[in-house]
Design a protein. Structure first.
Length: 145
């Protein structure tokens, strides 16, 4: 009886040691992943700081004024006037599309939808006077073979 109980306890100790080792190993892998992500975040923050410094350098008013003066002939820039500044309510409202958008993002109206149907029919065949599509090589209904 004592030997069986000892063997069971030894087995439980080995199993507990294996589980402990696995948990430790998984925790180390997770810590390595966390440290890798922290390094990546630090690199991204450094990049952001560098880009902010570049942006502040590129948008200095003295630098921009020199560029405007040197390229004035090519750009034909003019001073902005006060009446050019408007609110969103002062802008004209766009006309709503009556049909929506096609697959490519073009606005479909009744006129260009009809043109698209006609174009599609002419690409695959032709349209007779009744408005029906005639496919080349197809025999009309009731025709003998």
């Amino acid at each position: 009886m004592l030997r069986t109980f000892d063997i069971i306890l030894i087995g439980l100790m080995i199993a507990a040691a294996a589980v402990t080792y696995k948990i430790k190993h998984d925790a180390e892998k997770q810590m390595a992943q966390v440290s890798k992500l922290e390094r990546m975040i630090a690199d991204e923050r450094d990049t952001i700081d560098l880009l902010k410094a570049d942006w502040s350098l590129l948008t200095q008013p003295n630098r921009l004024q020199k560029l405007v003066e040197s390229f004035q002939g090519q750009l034909d820039l003019q001073q902005m006037e006060a009446q050019q500044i408007v609110t969103i309510n002062d802008l004209p409202q766009p006309k709503p599309a009556s049909e929506g958008l096609d697959d490519v993002g073009n606005i479909i109206t009744e006129a260009n939808a009809a043109a698209a149907i006609k174009t599609d029919a002419t690409m695959t065949g032709s349209i007779d006077k009744a408005g029906k599509t005639v496919v080349p090589g197809a025999k009309p209904k009731g025709a003998r073979q």
